[in-house]
Design a protein around this ligand. Sequence first.
Ligand code: HEC
Ligand code: HEC
Length: 350
Amino acid sequence: MNGSIALMICMFLFAGTAFAGKLEPVGPVPVPSANPQTPEKIELGKKLFFDRRLSGDGTMSCSTCHDPAQGYSDGLAISLSYPTTRNWRNSPTLVNVGFQKFLFHDGRAHTLEEQALFPMMSAFEMNQNLDFAEEEIRSVPEYVESFRKVFGGEVTRERMAMAISAFQRTLVSVDSPLDRFLQGEKKALTAEARKGYDIFMGKGKCSECHDGVNLADDRFYALNVPENAEQEKDPRVAATRRFVAKVSHYEDYQNLAEDPGRFLVTRDRTDWKAFRTPTLREIAKTGPYMHNGIFETLEQVIDFFDQGGGKGNSVLKPLKLSAAEKKALVTFMIEALSGKEVPFRYPKLP
Ligand code: HEC
Ligand code: HEC
């Protein structure tokens, strides 16, 4: 009995570490049993995702900042927000978001269902009152009918979140050269991308953090990414930061002069300015990069890692990559991590 428990614990530990540093091809997206995927639910979620009724002044939908034409991100260093206010972070891609264990740059949400209502309520995003949003959606007969068909009941905020989540789980990177390569197709990568892959896995040490399906390890690191000076100058960004800290019950929110990252969630000093390792899937489309969009190009990102990260960080060491090695890394990320173009069908909104 004890022996078999010990064996099970060993197997568990092994399962937890066996894949560290290993890349995996995209498989089926995990779906929570409480919110099964159905085609009607996905279609309803897609409509809501594009519907500006979800914002307080009717100017914004989720797709404003997560645009299918821009890799479900927005092409800005930091996102737009409700008029007169300012966001504080870069909009992450939603491609393969169904595989993420932590949501947001600081990991403060865990499930899509839990996350979906944040941007609607958020004063610096869609600034909507959820009671009002429910009434607005209830005023549209086509939506009322869809909710009845999909959920067997009326419009509620929870069901809105469930439908939007079901739609988001369909956003996946399909059949990229990396996937084909990992499945054994040796010629799926060009010679240059293959060289980049070897550096990614070896000398560049990238896969120490960028591993698994999403090339992301679900961990948080304080790399001391430079501040975005232009953003820091904007008092509206500071207001957003104080607001998020305040609603996160951080007592000293008034004196917060920079984005504290994961610290806001854990209050652990070692998490000060630590951010989640982001997915690298479809990375060619999702710049600018980092939580604050400080780098416009992948070349700049690689220079950052090559120098051993930002001043005073204790995570990274200089890599001393040659110009040719850096170029191969960029080629790997652009070529190998871009999936097939899937034509996007925009929904017809009621
Ligand atoms: C005004 C721009 C904006 C709008 C509108 C917006 N988002 Fe976002 N979204 C962001 C930003 C910025 C973040 C990162 C915030 C952070 O890390 O604190 C984010 C994060 C997310 C994440 C987490 C992704 C990840 O990998 O961590 C999901 C999921 C998401 N948004 C879905 C939605 C949905 C669904 C809607 C509509 C209900 C929406 N967003 C509306 C800007 C926006
Ligand atoms: C110690 C863990 C770690 C290592 C090693 C590492 N990264 Fe990262 N990477 C991160 C984290 C954390 C971020 C996000 C930082 C932020 O948002 O401020 C990131 C961000 C990125 C981004 C920007 C993604 C985006 O959407 O904003 C790219 C590209 C990237 N890394 C590529 C690489 C490459 C190439 C290497 C190897 C040369 C590498 N990383 C090594 C942890 C790591």
